[in-house]
Design a protein around this ligand. Structure first.
Ligand SMILES: Cc1cc2nc3c(=O)[nH]c(=O)nc-3n(C[C@H](O)[C@H](O)[C@H](O)COP(=O)(O)OP(=O)(O)OC[C@H]3O[C@@H](n4cnc5c(N)ncnc54)[C@H](O)[C@@H]3O)c2cc1C
Ligand SMILES: Cc1cc2nc3c(=O)[nH]c(=O)nc-3n(C[C@H](O)[C@H](O)[C@H](O)COP(=O)(O)O)c2cc1C
Length: 475
């Protein structure tokens, strides 16, 4: 077209196209902000309705947060004023000023608080919070956990004990939910119904799993000493359009098991996988490592996804927003992306989102990313290397540092790379960078956290968590 238009006309056309795309990106951003504001405004109390019931969540991967919102909606429909917040956003005055507070708290690490609640656990639940008088507060606690961990519901229990020690009065005994079991959730709804003084508290939707079709599967690391990792592509089986999601979100997969063959309840539990793609890719892409159980058999869900499930076969799946691993307010910040193994999935989705913004706005630069990725052998486990090299050539990635623990050069892990580049780390953080960590909790996330604290100091790392500039998707 440029050939048949004069130069000024071509320039004008390009400027108009550029402005149109900027407007589209701005409009999408505004719409997202408006949706968030609408969700909060829908729960605002009517004037003079008294202090709202605090519905506070301590969540890592979103289950506790999802239950908090369902709780709040049900109470709101029953006519009660409510305020939903992350526990980490709450200070002593907010607690002292409230009359009723409901806590939905999951547990991570080894009985620890989820990241978003870590500053609350450290600052308020430490000795420093001992002077707090909560005797005018009535509370309810739902603790989420998994009884296969040693410190079952550790944080929910500690929180409950701490509240009671400060005089808070329980409206009912703490409820503990083992792997989101339905019985405990039904009990929670029943207690809420009693609290709201209504027999017909609005039902909340149980998660809907729908069939998704496996369109493609590729073995990413043949020959590796590590467990086999696969790239999967899935679309809705009924041909319906892809649902919306953002970089950072997860899917939950529910593999059908033959109960008659002696499968226990645990087998029915959905498994999470971090999405490695964006809706604009036209499918949900996952990176799944086939795990091997102690008896040598493959893990139930990863074994099915990487082997049992035939191409074009279907699997029950649903998308889950993972608010605490999304880009949120970090859209314009530099990104430090740290991960290992299948943790690359979440980092890849964030890099794709950055690339998409560049494409949509025709910008030649945006805040750069620094990728630190660890695996076993460079010859086999440099997943998506071509893509990463291209992003680096395009300037989207300023530095890509690879750590291969089984290469002849010696054992190097991502935490060692961070240590080696401590000066750059300090500079990027001083420049406003946000940190995203995705992959193994054991061996990686803890060691990375330790290097961060050593390099930046506890106070700064806690500040980053509080500001949403240190986010993790670790498992
Ligand atoms: C937030 C989050 C994100 C995740 N993202 C990813 C991702 O992107 N990619 C990915 O590959 N994984 C991811 N995972 C891990 C994934 O959800 C599964 O935990 C993993 O695939 C193993 O599940 P499985 O059903 O295959 O194994 P399971 O059958 O549940 O077994 C898992 C392990 O538990 C032990 N085990 C359990 N039951 C038995 C038994 N009966 N006998 C012997 N041993 C047993 C074994 O050690 C085994 O290796 C993520 C997890 C979380 C929480
Ligand atoms: C890496 C990891 C560590 C966990 N550690 C514990 C634990 O120590 N104790 C426990 O009861 N549950 C533990 N859990 C289970 C979670 O608390 C449980 O899955 C919860 O429902 C997650 O809720 P969320 O999505 O709100 O974070 C752990 C889960 C993961 C993935």
């Amino acid at each position: 077209m440029a050939a048949i238009l004069s130069r000024p006309a071509t320039a004008l056309l390009l400027v108009a196209l550029y402005l149109l795309m900027c407007a589209a990106v701005w409009w999408r951003h505004r719409r997202r902000l408006r949706q968030a504001a609408d969700a909060a405004a829908a729960l605002l109390p009517a004037a003079g309705a008294g202090p709202p019931v605090l519905v506070l969540h301590a969540s890592q991967t979103g289950q506790a947060e999802e239950i908090a919102w369902q709780t709040a909606r049900a109470l709101h429909l029953a006519g009660m004023p409510v305020r939903v917040a992350a526990l980490g956003e709450i200070d002593r005055d907010a607690l002292r000023g409230a009359r009723h507070a409901l806590f939905i708290a999951s547990t991570y690490g080894e009985g620890d608080a989820p990241d978003s609640a870590a500053p609350f656990a450290r600052d308020l639940m430490s000795a420093d919070g001992s002077a707090l008088d909560l005797s005018s507060l009535e509370i309810g606690v739902l603790a989420l956990g998994d009884s296969t961990y040693t410190h079952y519901c550790g944080f929910g229990r500690a929180l409950d004990a701490w509240l009671r020690e400060r005089g808070a009065r329980p409206m009912f005994d703490r409820i503990e939910s083992d792997r989101a079991d339905e019985h405990a959730l039904a009990q929670w709804r029943q207690r809420l119904s009693h609290f709201a003084g209504t027999a017909d508290l609005a039902e909340w939707e149980t998660p809907v799993f729908t069939p998704w079709r496996l369109r493609a599967r590729r073995h990413l690391n043949p020959g590796s000493q590590g467990g086999p990792v696969f790239h999967l592509e899935l679309t809705p089986a009924d041909g319906s359009p892809l649902p919306a999601w953002e970089a950072g979100d997860l899917v939950q997969v529910c593999v059908e098991v033959d109960r008659d063959a002696g499968a226990d309840n645990d087998a029915q539990r959905p498994r999470e996988y971090t999405i490695a793609s964006l809706p604009s890719d036209g499918c949900v892409e996952l990176m799944v490592r086939r795990t091997t159980r102690e008896d040598g058999t493959p893990g139930l869900s990863s074994g099915w996804l990487t082997g049992g499930l035939p191409l074009d076969g279907t699997v029950a799946m649903r998308l889950r927003a993972h608010a605490s691993f999304r880009i949120g307010a970090n859209a314009d910040r530099r990104l430090i992306l740290v991960g290992n193994g299948t943790g690359l999935a979440g980092l890849r989705a964030h890099l794709k989102a950055r690339a998409a913004i560049r494409r949509d706005t025709m910008a030649t630069t945006n805040a750069p990313a620094w990728l630190l990725f660890g695996e076993r052998q460079s010859a086999h486990d440099a997943h998506y290397r071509d893509e990463i090299d291209t992003w680096q050539r395009d300037g989207l990635i300023a530095h890509a540092d690879w750590a291969f623990s089984r290469d002849p050069a010696g054992r190097v892990h991502v935490q060692h790379l961070l240590e080696r580049h401590a000066q750059r780390l300090r500079e990027w953080i001083a420049d406003g960078a946000a940190l995203y960590v995705c992959g193994s909790l054991q061996g990686m996330a803890g060691a990375v956290d330790a290097v961060l604290r050593e390099t930046l100091g506890d106070a700064d790392v806690d500040g980053l968590i509080r500001d949403g500039r240190y986010r993790r998707d670790v498992y």
